[in-house]
Design a protein around this ligand. Structure first.
Ligand SMILES: *Cc1c(COP(=O)(O)O)cnc(C)c1O
Length: 399
């Protein structure tokens, strides 16, 4: 029976996102649980090595390091801390992101400068970055929104001109390429991926900090675990009495457990296959929605580049006769879970009040927000689920 012959409202609710966890992941977690070592240990280490190998592919580059952490938020915090960001410093990022990108700057007592987006890509607008630069500016944090690469050449040109650090929030961007180079392998000071439950691969909670800077890596590893100069597993494995350690800084508790890494080892093997399926669903959505009064998600700027398709975001065009909230209500009524990415930071009470922000400062983000809906797109969706979403969106515009 095809989905289109079934009354939409009688089908079970289609969640906005679901992880895809296989038997290999489950077996690896069980193996960890039986092993006697459940916190950070051999599996977290192996996951780091495999992650670097995934990013490098056939390239030989001994300088690239992956540091497993218990969230991308933690990884972003560690990266900025290691770069010495602190009170009196400004960090520039996009208003059109999740609060985690910006909150880590405040953890360090530094200030956030929010930039508007380019309406064509929904990514941070390089011209808006330039307008915010002052002598206080120390770093730029681009976010590869939805999994579409930021124009990194423009970011690096600005960073070079003003001597700024670059920390990529790559929470959406595995695997994404920019000019055929995987995000994670370019010349940024640090790149941080997320393995939160709804991301393109998951460890439940988790993240990866990737860097080529040996000093940044060393500092992040120490700060990841209380400021201890040796990690617990090193001490556990030592052949000499291993009770001694030194605290060299007031560190954090940001290490990834082996239980989580067990999931990551197998999710990583599947992440390219996941991307291919996501790409297929995105292409089908593009086809099925092409004639509606919507702006479809932007495609990569350069031919041959990969979009991770973490999110599939449509925007109502000027021709639409319903508004964003009506579209969401109608989709929910037909059993389709949708979301909005994001309520821009400038509209949230904390950020608005802290920096006295007005929507008029961010016209493109504001307009996109008012018109955007994120449709469900994940690998566990069947072809029928995909058709059902298309039919529900079409019906919402027809009624
Ligand atoms: C999910 C997300 C984060 C935070 O990731 P966690 O692993 O949950 O800490 C940061 N930035 C963006 C853009 C995200 O979508």
């Amino acid at each position: 029976m095809s989905a289109s012959n079934t009354p939409l409202a009688t089908l079970p609710f289609l969640p906005f996102a679901l992880p895809e966890i296989g038997e290999e992941e489950i077996a690896e977690v069980v193996d960890t649980l039986r092993s006697g070592w459940i916190t950070t240990g051999p599996k977290a280490r192996q996951f780091e090595l495999n992650f670097t190998a995934f990013l490098l592919g056939d390239t030989v580059d001994d300088s690239l390091q992956s540091i497993a952490v218990n969230s991308a938020t933690a990884g972003l915090h560690l990266a900025l801390e290691a770069l010495g960001i602190g009170p009196g410093d400004d960090v520039i990022t996009t208003t059109h992101t999740f609060t985690a990108t910006a909150e880590v700057v405040r953890y360090l007592g530094a200030d956030v400068k929010l930039a508007d987006i380019d309406p064509a890509t929904l990514n941070i607008d390089p011209a808006a970055i330039e307008a915010l630069i002052t002598p206080r500016t120390k770093a730029i944090m681009p976010v590869h929104y939805a999994g579409l690469a930021v124009d990194m050449d423009a970011i690096y040109a600005i960073a070079k001109k003003h001597n700024l650090k670059v920390v990529e929030d790559a929470a959406h961007a595995l695997p994404t390429t920019y000019k055929r180079q995987l995000i994670g392998t370019m010349q940024s000071d640090a790149v941080v991926f997320s393995f939160y439950a709804n991301k393109t691969m998951t460890t439940g909670e988790g993240g990866m900090l990737v860097t080529r800077d040996p000093d940044l890596a060393a500092r992040a590893k120490v700060m990841r675990l209380h400021g201890i100069n040796r990690d617990a597993f090193d001490r556990f494995q030592a052949k000499v009495p291993s009770w001694y350690y030194e605290i060299v800084a007031p560190g954090f508790k940001y290490n990834l457990t082996d239980i989580a890494a067990a999931l990551g080892l197998h999710q990583l093997k599947r992440v390219s296959g996941f991307q291919a399926r996501r790409e297929q669903i995105a292409a089908r959505f593009d086809e099925g929605l092409a004639d509606l009064p919507v702006i479809l998600p932007p495609r990569p700027q350069h031919a041959g580049d990969l979009h991770s398709w973490h999110l599939y975001v449509i925007r109502l065009s000027d021709a639409a006769t319903i508004n964003r909230d009506q579209l969401i209500e109608r989709l929910f009524a037909d059993g389709i879970g949708v979301s909005v990415h994001y309520i821009p930071l400038h509209l949230h009470p904390y950020w608005q009040a802290r920096y006295d922000l007005q929507p008029e400062q961010f016209p493109h983000s504001q307009k996109a927000y008012e018109r955007m809906v994120t449709l469900p797109l994940y690998t566990k969706m069947t072809d029928d689920d995909v058709e059902r979403v298309i039919q529900a969106v079409r019906k919402a515009f027809a009624s």
